[in-house]
Design a protein around this ligand. Structure first.
Ligand SMILES: Nc1nc2c(ncn2[C@@H]2O[C@H](COP(=O)(O)OP(=O)(O)OP(=O)(O)O)[C@@H](O)[C@H]2O)c(=O)[nH]1
Ligand SMILES: [Mg+2]
Ligand SMILES: [Zn+2]
Length: 299
């Protein structure tokens, strides 16, 4: 029996779609009964070994995962491309920072794409760049006007990426501009609500013609996963690290403590005030969340 290697691109109840890593062919494969007994299910992004018998492909082995993301559920992700816009739908910096907390919590590399720049004034773009370009690579794009499309490609080549971001920011539109063969469905922005309509509803791994895979994930509105202690939040604000070593207290959370390196850096402009304020807001949300779940546990 010959064993081939593939990557899982989509999952149905009983069958899986694979792309063979050598031939790049699309294959539909079945799970062997042993996986059900062992309660192991492959997920999108898994590297698998499969065999073909009488024209039927069967999964033989699921290879060890490099990592596992839960929202969306996908394995072996190299990086997140955080797609955002500022207008239509309106996205504020707090939402962006919440996404970045999730990115850092999952220990993923991140590229930020600011889409719909055709709707923005220069000073709006400059403010965005001032906050985020010292922290992450930032690419400015317009899927509509085909701006910045070539600049994103090198970040995507030969990697497994997820496109994350609120519904309606233009994730599917951008992917269509990057690789027209993908032909993804694009939604409208509800005029009344100024929100996206959750056009993309399932997780699928798509193949770029120039090499690499991407999951165009459903835009998630309720992504808050605060399953960590509030004092850990500072670890997910990457620019805090180099300043926290000047804090007088080892366990400083940079809020009420005196002689705080992070607060000093906010004061002298080395850390963005907007980011710091969002830190405080998210800190309170995490604290509230933790209190609530603790109360539930005691009941
Ligand atoms: N003005 C402008 N509109 C854009 C741009 N990119 C996308 N849009 C529009 O934004 C709307 C939403 O685009 P989608 O690509 O469906 O957004 P999405 O992020 O995939 O949304 P979900 O699948 O719901 O998560 C569509 O009407 C697009 O035409 C852009 O660069 N500029
Ligand atoms: Mg979409
Ligand atoms: Zn401090």
């Amino acid at each position: 029996m010959k064993i081939e290697k593939g990557i899982v691109t989509r999952f149905h109840s009983n069958t899986l779609e694979l792309i063979d890593l050598n031939t790049r062919e699309k294959i539909t494969a079945f799970l062997r009964g042993k996986f059900k007994l062992q309660k192991i299910t492959p997920i999108v992004g898994d590297y698998v070994e499969y065999s073909i018998e009488n024209g039927t492909a069967k999964i033989e082995n699921i290879l060890p995962r490099k990592n596992l993301l839960y929202r969306p559920k996908i394995a072996n992700v190299d990086q997140t491309v955080l797609v955002t816009c500022l207008k239509s739908p309106k996205v504020d910096y707090l939402i962006i920072d919440k996404f970045l907390v999730q990115v850092e919590k999952n220990n993923l590399d991140c590229v930020i794409v600011l889409n719909k720049v055709d709707l923005l004034e220069k000073d709006e773009i400059d403010e965005f760049l001032k906050i985020y370009s010292p922290l992450y690579p930032v690419v400015l794009t317009s899927a509509k006007k085909k701006i910045g499309i070539e600049e994103i490609k090198p970040y995507l080549k030969n990697k497994i990426s997820t496109f994350a971001g609120m519904s309606g920011v233009g994730k599917s539109s951008l992917l269509n501009a990057i690789n027209p063969g993908l032909k993804l469905r694009v939604g409208e922005i509800s005029e009344k609500l100024q929100r996206g309509k959750h056009t993309t509803t399932y997780t699928e791994l798509l193949k770029f013609d120039f090499g690499g895979f991407v999951a165009d994930t459903p835009g998630f509105a309720a992504f808050e996963v605060y399953d960590f202690e509030p004092d850990k939040l500072q670890n997910f604000f990457v620019e805090f690290h180099e300043h926290s070593m000047y804090c007088a207290f080892n366990d400083c959370v940079h809020i009420n403590e005196p002689h705080c390196g992070v607060k000093d850096a906010v004061e002298n402009g080395e850390i963005s005030e907007i980011r710091y304020k969002n830190y405080l807001k998210i800190y309170n949300e995490v604290s509230e969340y933790q209190k609530k779940t603790r109360r539930k546990r005691w009941k």
